[in-house]
Design a protein around this ligand. Structure first.
Ligand code: FEO
Length: 404
């Protein structure tokens, strides 16, 4: 693969990671993920964002750099927008190969460079308003804390209006020959919209307030192209991905979409017996319903559909005086992701003792969910339980539809 010129003096070099690993050690990437770095070539040469040595990513980007006659030793400046190791993992090795290279990052990133890679020399702190003149092309920096870590910044090149946004405006999914938004087919646009939503829910959702703040701050820049470090480059319609992120961030406090996510578990089928009635209740109001069983389905996918849903229904049995453990793990992830202000109901079976309710109520309080009720029963559900579940799910769907 060759480096791709994205604007005069700016080249994308990238690696496509396959689906074997989990991203951040937790999130499945069945369609892979891309790691994008950018070479900016003035009289001096800068590399924006690095990779970790993951599925030959280093070989891949160095081979592409060679296609434009640039070697690791030629890099004068390494710009670290964000310290997470998917963008810095190869840093110590690179510094060994090029000891003269200066590292530019935010003040908050400086101690992290030392902590992660033992590098304390040749590191310069930069922040909003600072510029780097490469000779014939200039870069400027904008602090964008918490998109994704507190030390994060973005880099801007004014002549082309390119924003190097690192994790921000990124997506899961490998990027093939179609690197730019205007090259994508309609099907590929839909694919990346889905991969953007799951990436956002999994990686970024916790920081939605910072995303909104960051978008407001970046509005002072004339952005004509967004070049993230995961996903496609937006040169035709950068506003499309900004608006998508704005919308995803707004889901944090709701309302989200007029949709309902049902996440359920069952041990011996007694909780499962209510499922069809709950689904029918929601469907009777004509709104989309997403159904996920845990632990059979990974929380990554559950979170993605819960993030876009204004209504969430939880079906869980009691297990040893508490909530069924895999469901507890899902709600814990929801809470960490700041999945706030949803309409909800609960259903489930218990054996000799209840207990799921107490833990569920703690999550309700932490996430400020509006619970319209619960259908909980010992052993198998009665006909009355089934009818009550249908009516409660229908009412939940009505409230979701009415929530503007
Ligand atoms: Fe792509 Fe937060 O690292």
């Amino acid at each position: 693969m060759k480096a791709v010129e994205v604007a005069p003096k700016i080249y994308c070099v990238r690696a496509n990671i396959g689906s074997r690993d989990l991203f951040e050690g937790i999130w499945p990437i069945p369609h892979g993920v891309s790691l994008n770095s950018y070479v900016v070539r003035g009289e001096k040469i800068a590399l924006i964002d690095l990779v970790k040595d993951w599925e030959h990513a280093v070989d891949s980007i160095t081979e592409q750099m060679a296609s434009i006659g640039v070697t690791v030793s030629d890099i004068d400046y390494l710009i670290i927008n964000h310290m997470e190791p998917d963008h810095t993992g190869w840093l110590a090795e690179m510094r060994k190969k090029n000891p003269e290279m200066e590292i530019l990052c935010t003040k908050k990133a400086v101690p992290l460079v030392a902590a992660f890679y033992g590098i304390e020399e040749g590191v310069r702190a930069v922040g909003s308003g600072d510029t780097l003149d490469l000779g014939g092309i200039t870069l400027q920096f904008e602090d964008t804390p918490n998109i994704h870590w507190p030390e994060t910044m973005m880099t801007y090149e004014p002549a082309s209006g390119t924003l190097f946004s690192c994790d921000g405006f990124g997506a899961f999914g490998q990027v093939g020959e179609h690197l730019f938004d205007d090259q994508l087919t309609e099907e590929e646009h839909e694919f990346f919209a889905r991969e953007t939503e799951r990436y956002y829910a999994n990686i970024v959702s916790t920081f939605s307030g910072f995303v909104e703040k960051g978008i407001r701050k970046l509005s002072s820049l004339e952005i004509r192209m967004i070049a993230p470090s995961h996903g496609v480059i937006w040169r035709k319609d950068p506003k499309k991905i900004i608006d998508h992120y704005q919308k995803l961030a707004s889901y944090k406090i709701g309302p989200a979409e007029q949709e309902v996510t049902i996440v359920w578990s069952s041990m011996y089928g007694n909780t499962e017996q209510l499922l069809e009635h709950v689904i029918a209740g929601v469907a009777s109001e004509g709104i989309p319903v997403h159904v996920h069983r845990v632990p059979q389905e990974h929380v990554s996918f559950v979170l993605a559909s819960a993030w876009r849903s204004s209504g969430i229904i939880v079906g869980t049995p009691t297990y040893e005086y508490k909530m069924f453990p895999p469901m507890y793990a899902v709600l814990d992830i929801f809470e960490r992701s700041h999945l706030l202000n949803r309409k909800t109901m609960r259903f489930g079976s218990y054996g000799w003792s209840g207990g799921a309710k107490k833990q569920y109520d703690e999550f309700l309080s932490a996430m400020k969910w509006d619970c319209i009720g619960a259908v909980e029963y010992q052993g198998a559900p009665s006909q009355e339980d089934k009818e009550q579940a249908y009516e409660m799910a229908k009412e939940l769907a009505r409230q979701v539809k009415a929530w503007k």
